[in-house]
Design a protein. Structure first.
Length: 59
């Protein structure tokens, strides 16, 4: 049961991450270049976190 639960949760994280990226892709064209820079940093943060989460779940 626990294995299934964590698997489902990591899928959730990936889905949310993909949604964030889609959101980012649509916003990217509208925002000022400064905002794009911060968005890129946020994406990197999110990406780093999801890497960590995946490492935790796959151990």
């Amino acid at each position: 049961y626990d294995d299934k639960k964590t698997g489902g949760e990591s899928d959730d994280v990936l889905k949310r991450f993909e949604e964030r990226i889609k959101e980012y892709d649509t916003k990217k064209t509208v925002v000022e270049s400064d905002d794009v820079h911060t968005l890129e940093e946020r994406i990197k943060e999110i990406s780093d976190k999801s890497e960590l989460i995946l490492q935790i779940y796959t151990k």
